[in-house]
Design a binder for this molecule. Structure first.
Ligand SMILES: [Zn+2]
Length: 108
């Protein structure tokens, strides 16, 4: 999953894409697979506003920009912990795709 907060906006999808991705009702096939769990609904519906905020900041953090002034030790501990969780999930999902390139899409 990309870490661009603008990616979590269903209004940017076409009507056909919204239907296919389960924005309105359960899709006929998995829309996304996270940690081996398959989801048949639009994943945007599952993302809480604070998580969108963390993912948006993570993108800048990953590019070397800290959210608050100062160094790493000046950042809120909870935010740094959230970044560690995001990084570990990305690492997990990325290494899983390297091992099994079909794992994220579901087998067709
Ligand atoms: Zn949606």
């Amino acid at each position: 999953m990309a870490c661009h907060s603008e990616d979590f906006d269903c209004s940017r999808c076409t009507e056909a894409a919204r239907r296919e991705r389960g924005c309105y009702e359960r899709a006929s096939r998995p829309v996304v697979s996270i940690g081996g769990e398959k989801y048949y609904r639009c994943p945007v519906r599952l993302i809480r506003p604070w998580a969108k905020w963390v993912l948006g900041l993570f993108r800048h953090y990953r590019d070397g920009h800290l959210p608050y002034s100062g160094g790493v030790m000046d950042q809120p501990a909870k935010l740094m912990q959230a970044f560690l969780v995001v990084a570990s999930v990305i690492e997990e999902e990325t290494s899983d795709k390297v091992r099994n390139p079909h794992s994220a899409q579901g087998k067709r």
